[in-house]
Design a protein around this ligand. Structure first.
Ligand code: NAP
Length: 305
């Protein structure tokens, strides 16, 4: 059956779009993928989402959004989208199980942090390993943390963390930082930040939570263990846009190009959240964009009749 709207992705952006389109009686189909919930499912306590005085666990917030969306008639399927065809009048979306057709689409597939790829890193995510200082920095008040990476994000996160942590060690794989000069200078001038250059992380130490890092100097090959309570991996993000490559305009880094708030270059295909936003990347900004995309879809659909 032809759908009015299909939403690809079920993180904060996709589910907010789901709630709004469901309440507008558009009976949205949300294709959530095999790992639904987006970035919030990787975090623990979310303390900056408005309305939760004592914070809310990321996965609980997502679960509440799912239920809210279903309550108004949204359908959520945990199926991975394998391909899309936006060249037809009715857009086609194919999962392993079936092909759906829809008059409009909201892409909200999000982005993912690039991780180091260590077993210890994956095991300790949410137990001291984080990819978001804004989300988790507060938990490290009066503790010692490390930042991995040498770009602007790493410097920004390091500076932010100095509000909480006693000491922030930036670990970077080369002897030159990639960050802009102004950000480098701010970091160099902050007495709480120290640098370990030419260094790679061999292992994140700790069984239940992070207790330290084993790092290797790539020039001297010296191995060193440093005690830290938290590690922030800040080596870049990657938008989830592989399946849209030949279908929709992407910028050189693979993010969907947006115009006029939520529109893509294809009329009827809208976008929300981190898949088009490499600046703010917050749950609340993704939710806000999801709301806008849903309202824009409503307008678009009424223009078709
Ligand atoms: P980025 O500029 O791509 O920097 C990533 C950093 O991570 C680089 O230093 C890189 O090392 C390192 N890295 C990458 N893969 C690694 C690995 N496997 N192991 C260890 N280190 C690794 O990413 P970003 O910092 O997120 O910035 C993205 C864009 O947003 C940039 O254009 C940046 O200027 C912009 N941004 C601006 C601001 C600001 O102006 N306030 C804030 C945040 C972001 P190498 O240097 O050796 O490649």
């Amino acid at each position: 059956m032809l759908k009015k709207v299909i939403i690809l992705g079920a993180g904060c952006a996709g589910l907010t779009a789901g709630i709004y389109t469901a309440r507008a009686n558009l009976a949205p189909l949300i294709l959530a993928g095999n790992k639904p919930g987006g970035q919030l499912t990787l975090t623990t306590l979310v303390e900056n989402f408005p309305g939760f005085v004592d914070g809310i666990m990321g996965p609980d917030l997502i679960l509440a959004m799912q239920k809210q969306c279903e309550r108004f008639g949204g359908t959520i399927l945990n199926e991975d989208v394998e391909s899309v065809d936006f060249t037809q009048k009715n857009f086609r979306v194919t999962t392993r199980q079936e092909t759906f057709e829809s008059q409009s689409i909201i892409i909200a597939t999000g982005s993912g942090s690039i991780w180091l790829g260590l077993e210890s890193e994956q095991r300790l995510i949410g137990r001291g390993v984080s990819n978001c200082a804004t989300c988790d920095g507060y938990f490290f008040t009066n503790k010692e943390v490390a930042i991995i990476g040498g770009g602007d994000s790493a410097m920004e996160e390091a500076l932010f963390l100095t509000k909480f942590a006693n000491k922030v060690t930036v670990i970077h794989r080369r002897d030159q930082l990639r960050a802009s000069k102004i950000m480098q200078n701010r970091a160099f001038n902050n007495p709480k930040i120290v640098f370990k250059l030419d260094s790679c992380v061999e292992e994140i130490l700790g069984s239940d939570c992070v207790t330290g890092l084993k790092i290797k100097n790539i020039k001297t090959l010296e191995i060193q263990e440093i005690p830290v309570n938290g590690v922030f991996i800040t080596i870049g993000h990657k938008p989830h846009t592989e399946i849209f490559k030949d279908q929709i305009d992407l910028d050189p880094k693979g993010y969907i190009i947006v115009s006029n708030q939520t529109r893509t270059n294809i009329p009827g295909v809208f976008v929300a959240g981190d898949v088009a936003d490499h600046t703010y990347r917050q749950a609340i900004t993704a939710a806000g964009m999801g709301c806008k995309a849903a309202m824009d879809v409503e307008k678009y659909l009424s223009s078709l009749v």
